[in-house]
Design a protein. Structure first.
Length: 249
């Protein structure tokens, strides 16, 4: 089991309707359905515009999400299809199936009903006022996705400080985690990855060295026009003088 270091400050949040916790969470008895439901809520929140829908490809394109559904890709896709069927049967997701110029939509009754529609494309809407309005407009012919967008993964957020530390310096400990949280609250967020990269380039994999760079920037100012050292002269700035004590010769 990978230990979760905690949510970082100023991380993006996803609004989840309170009814999810009171009505859906007690009723959902399948882990894959729960994951698909939460993923759908998160994924739709990432979208823009009044009409927001998901397709099967919007789930399968996310390798990280799919790896949590099954040990193999085949197992994950089987569980995804079952979870989508459960969510539509429960009414959490509304489904509209496009078959050429033919459209059917509403609440699917069973997995076999979904599979039996010989769909060209199946659209999933969250059962929210916005989702219901979009489905109704689609059924009434008020809009139709002429060219369906390609499924692409949601752009990854900037790696958090804990992952950066583990990647560039070493394993996390509770004490280090507290230190990193303090650093996040003290320094501008873009400084920490840059200071870590300088440490890696100078082969000094110590947090004290990274912190010394950050303190120097905080006290003396940082020239934003000079991002990362790109010359031998710039590199010497971080291995001599006040930083020399951190270098092993």
């Amino acid at each position: 089991m990978t230990i979760f270091p905690g949510f970082p400050p100023k991380s993006r949040t996803t609004p989840v309707p309170a009814q999810f916790f009171t009505d859906l969470l007690p009723a959902i008895d399948d882990l894959s359905e729960l994951k698909v439901t939460l993923y759908a809520i998160w994924r739709v929140d990432q979208m823009e515009g009044n009409v927001r829908f998901l397709r099967r490809a919007d789930f399968t394109v996310e390798d990280g999400f799919m790896s949590g559904l099954g040990k193999t890709r085949q197992e994950a896709e089987i569980k995804l299809d079952d979870a989508l069927a459960r969510a539509t049967t429960r009414g959490t997701l509304l489904v509209a199936t496009l078959t050429g110029s033919t459209l059917s939509g509403g609440l699917a009754k069973s997995k076999s009903e979904i599979e039996g529609r010989a769909a060209t494309e199946t659209l999933y809407f969250l059962n929210t006022p916005r989702g219901r309005a979009a489905l109704e407009s689609l059924q009434q012919g008020k809009w139709k996705p002429d060219t369906l967008r390609d499924a692409t993964p949601v752009p990854a957020e900037r790696p958090n400080i804990f992952r950066l530390y583990e990647t560039h310096i070493g394993p996390l400990t509770p004490l280090i985690a507290d230190t990193l949280r303090e650093a996040e609250a003290t320094y501008p967020p873009e400084w920490i990855p840059d200071a870590l990269q300088i440490a890696v380039e100078n082969n000094v994999r110590k947090w004290r060295y990274v912190e010394a760079i950050l303190n120097a920037w905080l006290e003396k100012g940082r020239n934003d026009r000079e991002t990362l050292p790109d010359s031998e002269k710039d590199r010497y700035k971080y291995i001599r003088g006040e930083f020399a004590d951190f270098i092993e010769h």
